[in-house]
Design a protein around this ligand. Structure first.
Ligand SMILES: NC(=O)c1ccc[n+]([C@@H]2O[C@H](COP(=O)([O-])OP(=O)(O)OC[C@H]3O[C@@H](n4cnc5c(N)ncnc54)[C@H](OP(=O)(O)O)[C@@H]3O)[C@@H](O)[C@H]2O)c1
Length: 405
């Protein structure tokens, strides 16, 4: 293991010396850009645009045809015209509320925010320029004023507040989510939308902070889009338009169920849970074998995040392998199937735990506590105090372009 890692490190350093400028530049480009630029630059192999319906493209994703919707098909003027009679009422102003709300506002749409009076989010919303009594209201009032009710409360709060919210979702309004959670796990959440409203979803594939920063940079987050209930016959078009309004670059189609399964699975897996587990496991073995924290961190995290993963984001796994030494490549090719085999059963177990609602029930219980913020902080403090991440702070401080955290 350490041999593989060390070889990779040496080869990257060597590759850096040899690498064409494009490769080095690629390493600094965030992965999010990559998927867009890839989509934009690669001519769609089997692309067709349905006559009369702008924005629908069928692309060939490695042999499977999928429909995607792009922002470029919704110029600002069209977007503003589409929503000219609507008020988008953002309920909740956490990570997604902040990103989606500010983007839609900057796109010139009529947006209001509804949150608990004088809570953390209320203060944050005021700081972001939402004006109490004009664009910032208590939750119930915002729902009454809105035509599109964007439920961006935390998933646990969506369930807790549903008895108060449900009667306010009257005919003619549209109910919007950014996660299939509440609706799909209705046995646990008790969230059953009224039968006479459109129920739609746009789920940005990233944190609300990224939704905002990408938008400000003129880029866009990838999102999935789904319709749960189509009363007006226009639910899908509305969902796509809102997706554009909140800053999506392109959207792929899903269902509420598929969205929530893949999302809960992904974040518990490689996006967050598995990556922390793998980093820790690799680091611990290095440390047990006498490697210094510096070496263990560099060979586990720093090289991954600063050098290799951006290459994957830019041009794929084969590209990253090609940028490394023959020694590193050989070892990685041999060990990848070992990790795959060891991990498939864990991922199967995880998927089942998502599908049968175990993950949902745990999340509702934990995030429904009145002490959820403090309880979470205690667990995050444990991570923050792990040697690996304490070492990380020192390593980051040594980066030539370091800015104090
Ligand atoms: N974060 C992501 O990366 C992400 C990505 C894609 C989709 N989503 C989905 O987007 C939705 C919003 O997620 P988020 O991460 O933005 O949520 P969040 O940051 O956890 O937002 C929490 C919001 O819920 C409010 N809230 C919490 N408990 C409440 C209660 N009992 N009564 C009233 N308000 C309460 C908070 O207000 P106070 O400040 O007053 O407590 C705050 O405005 C969720 O469905 C989530 O799954 C999230």
């Amino acid at each position: 293991m350490s041999f593989v890692a060390r070889s990779a490190s040496q080869s990257i350093r060597a590759a850096s010396r040899r690498a064409p400028r494009a490769v080095l530049k690629a390493a600094r480009v965030p992965p999010q850009t990559a998927s867009f630029s890839l989509l934009a630059r690669t001519p769609a192999v089997h692309q067709s645009t349905s006559r009369g319906t702008r924005g629908i493209k069928t692309l060939d994703f490695a042999g499977t045809k999928e429909v995607v919707y792009e922002r470029s098909d919704w110029p600002l003027a069209r977007l503003q015209e589409y929503f000219k009679n609507d008020t988008l009422a953002l309920i909740g102003y956490g990570s997604q509320g902040h990103g989606q709300g500010l983007n839609a506002r900057d796109n010139g749409l009529n947006v209001i925010v509804g949150v608990r009076k004088d809570g953390e989010s209320w203060k944050q919303a005021v700081e972001d320029g939402w004006i109490p009594g004009e664009t910032l209201f208590p939750i119930e009032e915002a729902i009454n004023r809105g035509t599109v009710i964007m439920n961006l409360l935390s998933d646990a709060a969506q369930s807790q507040t549903w008895p108060q919210i449900e009667p306010l979702i009257t005919k003619g309004k549209t109910l919007y989510f950014s996660h299939g959670f509440s609706v799909v796990y209705k046995e646990d959440t008790k969230v059953v939308p009224p039968r006479d409203v459109d129920v739609i979803l746009v789920a940005p594939k990233g944190s609300g902070r990224t939704v905002r920063t990408l938008f400000k940079e003129g880029r866009g987050i990838n999102s999935s889009v789904a319709v749960f209930q189509d009363v007006t016959g226009k639910a899908k078009e509305k969902a796509i338009a809102i997706g554009v309004a909140i800053g999506s670059g392109y959207m792929y189609e899903t269902t509420f169920e598929k969205e929530v399964y893949s999302d809960l699975y992904g974040e518990r897996g490689v996006l967050m849970g598995a990556i922390q587990g793998l980093f820790l496991a690799q680091y611990q073995v290095l440390r047990k074998n006498g490697h210094t924290p510096s070496e263990a961190f560099n060979e586990t995290v720093e090289e991954a995040t600063q050098s290799l993963y951006p290459l994957i984001g830019e041009k794929g796994m084969d590209y990253m392998y090609n940028a490394c030494s023959t020694t590193a490549r050989r070892g990685a090719l041999d060990w990848a199937p070992v990790f795959e085999k060891a991990n498939v059963p864990v991922f199967e177990q995880l998927y089942e735990s998502v599908k049968n609602g175990t993950e949902t029930r745990k999340s509702l219980e934990f995030n429904g506590r009145s002490t959820y913020r403090d309880d979470l902080q205690k667990e995050l403090d444990v991570i923050n105090n792990q040697e690996i991440w304490r070492t990380g702070k020192v390593v980051r401080s040594l980066r030539p372009d370091h800015k104090p955290e």
